[in-house]
Design a binder for this molecule. Structure first.
Ligand code: PEP
Ligand code: MG
Length: 325
């Protein structure tokens, strides 16, 4: 399959009517990095750092993390890597952490909530990012932000670590970009100042969809009931993009849906210009985008949305089939 798309590997994902969509990849382990080259991805849009914590049997030391992140950056060979701080919680339990008894782990003490309540590990991780990126650009995002204050406090922690590192005489990153993942509906309605204070926003569609429809992403029976191309969800995505545009905040989408052709097409039609996905999806998504007219797709979607239908899938599926076979 990789060979099938090798002829377009070096080409941009640009639609027939001239809209370029940046396709980056999701990663989490060193073993994922070679895909950057083979897939033709535009950098790593989501590096899930918890995987490297989950495969160990004790808490890594700061020095190990620095070495690890240096290897990730070296493998990325100058391409951008967006590091996400630990997204652990009661469902992704580190073997060396005290498990929490929680009735709803997905809505429990996880990700940034845990990071802010017990900042020791998060601070160590932030220091490791800073040291690993010495002299190079650093890009960090915080997972599962549900309200402005969480982001504000996390951002201040990173800024404080930058000051400390400077005071200690370490070489700082050449530039620092700090972002938030938008994975809870509440954040879409945060004050404008929140959007202004983010260097970028990344929509975590897996979690966002589960909380939007109140349907557990791990529970097939309820998950399958709600289509990602449901008109309500697409309009919600569109509104988020509009809010980001109104403050000039770069926005991307990094959930699994970004790697599915119809979903990627609809998200692009809703205004998204950066999608991050599993490496194997880069070729197929790029090939699809290069073969369509985005404005036409948008009008098919809008027509479906105005018709009172629940999902735009049947309409856009038929339209795409007629175009690319
Ligand atoms: C998401 O929720 O869409 C996401 C990218 O994060 P994860 O799948 O790791 O929760
Ligand atoms: Mg998530």
């Amino acid at each position: 399959a990789a060979e099938k798309y090798s002829s377009i590997r070096e080409l941009p994902a640009i639609t027939k009517d001239g809209t370029e969509i940046r396709l980056s990849m999701n990663a989490g382990l060193m073993a994922d990095l070679p895909s950057l080259e083979s897939s033709g991805a535009n950098g790593v849009g989501l590096f899930r750092t918890e995987l490297q914590f989950l495969i160990r049997n004790q808490m890594p030391k700061r020095g190990e993390l620095v070495a690890l992140y240096q290897r990730v950056l070296a493998a990325a060979d100058g391409q951008k890597v967006v590091f996400r701080t630990l997204d652990i919680g009661s469902d992704k339990v580190l073997p060396y952490m005290k498990p929490q008894e929680e009735p709803n782990p997905a809505m429990g003490w996880r990700a940034i909530r845990l990071g802010l309540d017990k900042p020791g590990v998060m601070r160590m991780q932030l220091q490791a990012f800073i040291r690993a990126c010495a002299g190079r650009p650093l890009s960090v995002m915080f997972p599962f932000v549900a309200q402005f204050d969480e982001y504000r406090v996390a951002r201040a922690l990173l800024e404080k670590e930058l000051e400390n590192e400077a005071r200690l005489g370490h070489i700082l990153p050449e530039s620092v970009e700090i972002g938030a993942m938008l994975e809870t509906p509440s954040l879409a309605y945060a004050p404008t100042q929140f959007f202004e204070s983010c260097d970028f926003i990344s929509i975590g569609g897996n979690d966002l969809k589960q909380f939007f429809f109140a349907a557990d992403r791990e529970n097939e029976r309820v998950r399958k009931r709600y289509d990602s191309l449901n008109v309500s969800f697409l309009s919600f995505i569109e509104q988020i993009v509009e809010r980001c545009e109104s403050t000039n905040t770069p926005v991307s989408f990094c959930g699994e849906d970004a790697g599915r052709p119809l979903e990627a097409l609809c998200f692009a039609a809703m205004g998204l210009r950066t999608l991050s996905m599993r490496p194997a999806s880069i070729g197929p998504i790029k090939s699809m985008l290069r073969s369509i007219n985005l404005a036409e797709a948008k009008s098919v979607i809008d027509e479906a949305r105005n018709s009172g239908t629940q999902s735009v899938r049947p309409a856009i599926e038929e339209w795409l089939r007629e175009r690319v076979g």
